[in-house]
Design a protein around this ligand. Structure first.
Ligand code: NIG
Ligand code: FE
Length: 407
């Protein structure tokens, strides 16, 4: 056993509901406290003096100066395995070009596909690990990573193998997702429906065989896959034993309904979700995930987070870090800005990037600092937890711990 402290505050995020709105006075905050770690798990969070008295001979890892401690964060939606960049897309969008015009002139998702196909496994591994380390430096220790820039058997498997290999180089937990249904590749000869069938018959069996991912994602949108064909695809993927997540309602509404109907673990984006569908989603077990990085990257409106929480939904926030719509990769900045525009409490934001986003990945072993949970936590040099969002990302994490060890 090991005692870490003293902390000015430990915010445990324990004993909070999985769904619906939260106020800051619901947060359990333990002042002048210590964290007791036993075999990579949290044993307890309590008064530092009391713990020292109770365990007089315990090993102590001393915390210098005024620091606070929270559970580490989970980023449940990223596309950080990619080649090239799309700085030119970004500049063109800001200069007034539409997404479609950019795609037609050789930019967009397809250009990232070409760059990712060109990249060697070594290059992809190196840049993916750099991005993983940037996320860890923010206090994020659980990271979902999607394929979706390969779009054929060879290159989708290449991406997923790189993600699997990256796991051997990092202590963070990586959660791979197969997003072969990101877009019908330009070089596929056949209809969208035929491409979706190709994923079912050619890609997913190999993904399963090599144990490369347990989750399947799809981009349902006018420019990608249509609702009916997507639903049929997701049901087949489910039959093959995959968990489902959906890029839903980003520009047009309707697909979050499909996510709920197929029992998806999460529906992500939701910038365009209409009120009726918010109610439907909020009553379901599907996590509604906002991706403010995409709103900021595209200059689009924010996900109606306030309405989702008020309607009792399970609400999470993720970075969507990708080369196109969300190039920033700073989750705390994005979540802070979402909070100011959507009027979210600190508790709602913190829950949305800890135990609620972990739930979206079916990882219920983490995200709070209570007995038996994975000892992943983050410290900040401040005396007050409200400072984290207040500084909108410029207050950097001081130390990040995985399984009770500083990384
Ligand atoms: O989550 N919406 C579709 N997919 C990504 C964008 C990927 C890209 O632009 O490369 C997203 O925003
Ligand atoms: Fe995305």
């Amino acid at each position: 056993m090991k005692l870490i402290g003293p902390f000015k505050q430990i915010v445990t995020l324990a004993n909070l509901p999985l769904r619906g709105k939260l106020s800051d006075d619901q947060l359990e905050i333990i002042n002048d406290s210590g964290l007791l770690i036993k075999e990579e798990k949290i044993e307890t969070a309590a008064s530092f003096q009391d713990l020292k008295k109770q365990f007089p001979n315990i090993e102590i890892e001393n915390i210098e100066g005024e620091q606070i401690c929270l559970p580490a964060f989970t980023d449940s939606h990223t596309h950080i395995c990619f080649g090239g960049n799309r700085a030119n897309d970004f500049a063109m969008r800001n200069a007034g070009k539409t997404y479609l015009e950019i795609a037609e002139s050789g930019g967009g998702i397809w250009s990232s596909v070409l760059h990712t196909r060109e990249a060697s496994e070594e290059e992809l591994l190196k840049t993916t690990l750099e991005r993983i380390n940037f996320l860890i430096s923010q206090g994020i220790t659980t990271i979902e990573i999607k394929s979706g820039y390969g779009l054929d058997v060879e290159n989708e498997l290449k991406m997923l193998r790189v993600i699997k290999k990256a796991q051997t180089f990092t202590k963070a937990t990586l959660v791979p997702t197969c997003l072969s249904a990101h877009l019908k590749p330009r070089d596929f000869e056949g209809s969208s429906e035929e491409y979706l069938n190709y994923i079912i018959t050619e890609i997913l069996p190999k993904v399963k065989e090599e144990n490369l991912a347990k989750r399947v994602d799809i981009f349902i949108e006018k420019s990608a896959f249509l609702p009916e064909e997507s639903k049929a695809f997701l049901l087949k993927a489910k039959e093959l034993g995959f968990e489902i997540t959906v890029h839903a309602d980003q520009f047009t509404s309707g697909s979050s309904r499909i996510a709920v109907e197929v029992g998806a673990k999460s529906a992500d984006h939701l910038e365009a979700t209409i009120d009726e569908d918010i109610q439907f989603l909020a009553k379901s077990e599907t996590v509604a995930t906002a991706l403010p990085g995409a709103s900021l990257g595209l200059g689009e409106k924010f996900t109606p987070a306030r309405k989702i929480l008020d309607a009792g939904g399970i609400f999470a926030i993720a970075s969507d870090w990708n080369p196109g719509s969300a190039p920033m990769g700073n989750l705390i900045t994005q979540a802070s800005i979402l909070a100011t525009f959507e009027k979210l409490s600190t508790a709602e934001v913190l829950a949305g990037i800890t135990f609620r986003s972990a739930f979206a990945l079916s990882l219920e072993d983490r995200g709070t600092l209570e007995k038996g949970k994975k000892a992943d936590f983050v410290t900040f040099k401040t005396d007050n937890f409200q400072s984290i969002l207040y500084h909108q990302g410029s207050l950097k994490a001081q130390s990040v711990y995985i399984d009770g060890e500083k990384v």
